[in-house]
Design a protein around this ligand. Sequence first.
Ligand SMILES: Cc1ncc(COP(=O)(O)O)c(C=O)c1O
Length: 382
Amino acid sequence: MHVRTFRTNSDWLGIVSVPKAIQRLIKESVLESDGYAAVKSIEETADELGIPVSDIIKLDQNENPYGTTLRVFDTLATYDHLHQYPDATHRVARERISEYAGVPADRIMIGNGSDEIIDMLFMLTIEPGDEVIVPMPTFGVYAARPPLYGGVVKVVERKPNFDLDVDAILNAVTDRTKLIFLAHPNNPTGNLVSTAQLVRILRTGALVVVDEAYYEFSDNTLLPMLGEWENMVILRTFSKWAGLAGLRVGYGIFPEKLGQQIWKVKPPFNVSVAGLKSIEAVLDDIEYLRETVSRIRVERGRLYRSLRKLNFLDPYPSHGNYILCRVTRGDAHDVYGRLRKQGILVRSYRDPWLRDFIRISVGTPEDTTTLLRALRAMVEEV
Ligand SMILES: Cc1ncc(COP(=O)(O)O)c(C=O)c1O
């Protein structure tokens, strides 16, 4: 009997046991995997806390607290072709993204969230034993998925200030290195990759994935480098700035030759019509969304300055819509738990680099005020 514990981010859910007859049907890499530790749903949390979903202040998944534009609701309410398959080539949505991002439409691949593009990259590149370099701490999906494809994750620690340790990355490269993941800005640490760092890493010849999920909050892109390098991919998403996390739409921008190959691994109808039409709708009402992004950027400044004044938190400057804080007195999980009891959800971590940290997504000014009130009440207690 193969026994494995299955977990979400906050809790151990229990033991999953696999009888021998089933075990032989399943890949060893799957049996060995813990899976990706997703946070609990808002409904489950509300049930546990005994409060309505509407009373929860959700600052744990870097979503847009203002929601998406009303255009999306109108578009979906009036779309009358749900009985027909979506366009497998995503033609119209790619053309719209092409105008928005300033890259040719044939370089764009849309995924069921940028998560799916990450999986497609593993499908495209990984043979058993191939290596994926992941500078930690960073977004958990990069390291969680490669083993499922036979890939080997090589973890490279960031410097104490979370800057990339480029020398260590270069030292970790072997002739089996296929992919190197760089989030720009990095989740959860909020810092950017410099052009000089990227050039050194591109020179390795590995496929360098520059994940710009938070580009709209940073206003800083490494996209121009794509014109000069054939071994680089940019990832973007509509989940964060455009408020479409629930609809799952993200995209990759590829250099020409790779862009042709990625179509071979794309699942046929990977993006729903709801997702494709919503891309058009948000880009039709982009000024509204840009306005929410600028409000979030202003609020990020206020949140950062206020967090600095608390004597048990050390916030890191961030180019994303979240702020990582070291808990300098008391226990990070305790701070997380106390906030949660009051219906304020932030992110805490189990991995060794971030045990003493919480990450707070930037919410509305009202969210910040409620959060700060709760944190200030802890000043004497932790
Ligand atoms: C750095 C980074 N990349 C990608 C994603 C996934 O985004 P999507 O919702 O498009 O799958 C996230 C989500 O948290 C992220 O933080």
